[in-house]
Design a binder for this molecule. Structure first.
Ligand code: TYM
Length: 334
């Protein structure tokens, strides 16, 4: 097996990118691009597992691409493309559908959450979505996958599928077993309205999340309204861990300002949340507003974004075809 390190990750073009996407994934994408070969994908085929308005989907694909670049990805250095433009993703997904097991998919918690109470009405695509995700990763024989904690189970499934393929076809180490790269301290940013729920694009209230396109006023307003409890800020992490909303806000502040949580507690212990909220808003405005402004500027230049995706797709397609040729042969397809 080659010991080459290859990074792959994806983001769905389903609307506004938010702080969870940035701190859980995009920030890590950026730091990895200097160390390894990186492939970053706007996963439009994943987005359509739930119905998308076609016009809005097209503009969301471009806006997510703009989000990648505004966050600091270098399209000369990393491959940036949209999934549907490399047909190998769908082809390998079909092959892997035949390797993956129904019992494995039945354990996926994200399907249970997304399908809701009426699972019979969920699309088949939503159910087999983790197999497409495995195909995304294995198509490039990626070894490392930067994601937030919510994707961990899907990466574990990708490892099981890779292992079963290698065993079934007796091609030891053909697919590497991909490693998730999950930020240690900031793997799950929580909703600003409920510290026990993940910050997500699908939560109804705009006040639950900071979008990368929010302007300074919106950020200040959302942080002011963010749910907290009535106690002052604690002096130690044991106490902090018992208070989900305080933990969330302090962890975000700690990450944005590169200050260890213990240090933040030392500075703020005994103070009330207005103090934290003021500092947190300032840090968010400083970090997020420039990204948002860049996204808003870039989405006006459709041609520039389309060119980036076209160039990325061509590069990705060459790599995908090279691997697919071997995969078809291993499986016995002519
Ligand atoms: P998606 O589009 O839901 O999210 C994109 C990335 O953002 C991370 N993330 C978060 N991290 C921390 N806190 C949060 N509140 C938060 N919300 C989102 C996600 O973990 C993810 O890393 N299935 C994937 C996309 C995908 C993919 C892949 C990822 C498709 N194929 C192959 C890796 C490899 C998804 O829906 O991510």
């Amino acid at each position: 097996m080659s010991d080459k390190k290859i990074v792959f990750s994806g983001v769905q073009p389903t609307g506004n990118l938010h702080l969870g996407n940035y701190l859980g994934a995009l920030k890590n994408f950026v730091s990895l691009q200097k160390k390894m070969e990186c492939i970053y994908c706007v996963v439009d085929l994943h987005a359509i597992t739930t119905f998308q308005n076609p016009k809005i989907l097209k503009s969301n694909i471009l806006e997510t691409t703009a989000g990648f670049i505004a966050s600091g990805l270098d399209h000369e250095n990393s491959i940036i493309f949209n999934q549907s433009s490399v047909s190998g993703h769908a082809e390998l997904a079909w092959i892997l559908n035949c390797v993956s097991r129904v019992g494995w998919l039945n354990r996926m918690t994200q399907f249970k959450d997304k399908a809701g109470t009426d699972k019979e009405k969920a699309s088949v695509g939503l159910y087999i979505y983790p197999n497409l995700m495995a195909a995304d990763i294995l198509l490039y024989k990626a070894t490392h996958v930067p994601v937030g904690a919510d994707q961990k189970q899907h990466i574990e499934l990708s490892r099981d599928i890779a292992q079963k393929f290698n065993n079934d076809f007796q091609v030891e180490n053909f697919f590497p077993l991909p490693e998730p790269l999950i930020p240690k301290k900031i793997s799950r940013i929580m909703s600003l309205r409920d510290g026990t729920k993940k910050m997500s694009k699908s939560e109804e209230s705009e006040y639950s999340r900071i979008n990368l396109k929010d302007d300074a006023d919106e950020i200040v307003k959302k942080i002011k309204k963010a749910k907290t409890d009535s106690e002052p800020i604690p002096s130690n992490e044991v106490e902090l861990n018992k208070r989900p909303e305080a933990l969330n806000l302090i962890t975000i502040y700690s990450d944005l300002t590169n200050t260890p949580v213990g240090e933040v507690l030392k500075q703020m212990s005994g103070k009330d949340f207005t103090h934290l909220k003021k500092n947190l808003s300032d840090a968010l405005v400083e970090k997020i507003c420039p990204i948002g402004k860049e996204i808003k500027k870039m989405i006006k230049d459709r041609i520039f974004l389309e060119k980036i995706l076209k160039k990325g797709s061509e590069k990705a397609n060459l790599k995908a075809e090279e691997n697919l040729k071997k995969i078809r042969d291993i499986v016995g397809l002519i």
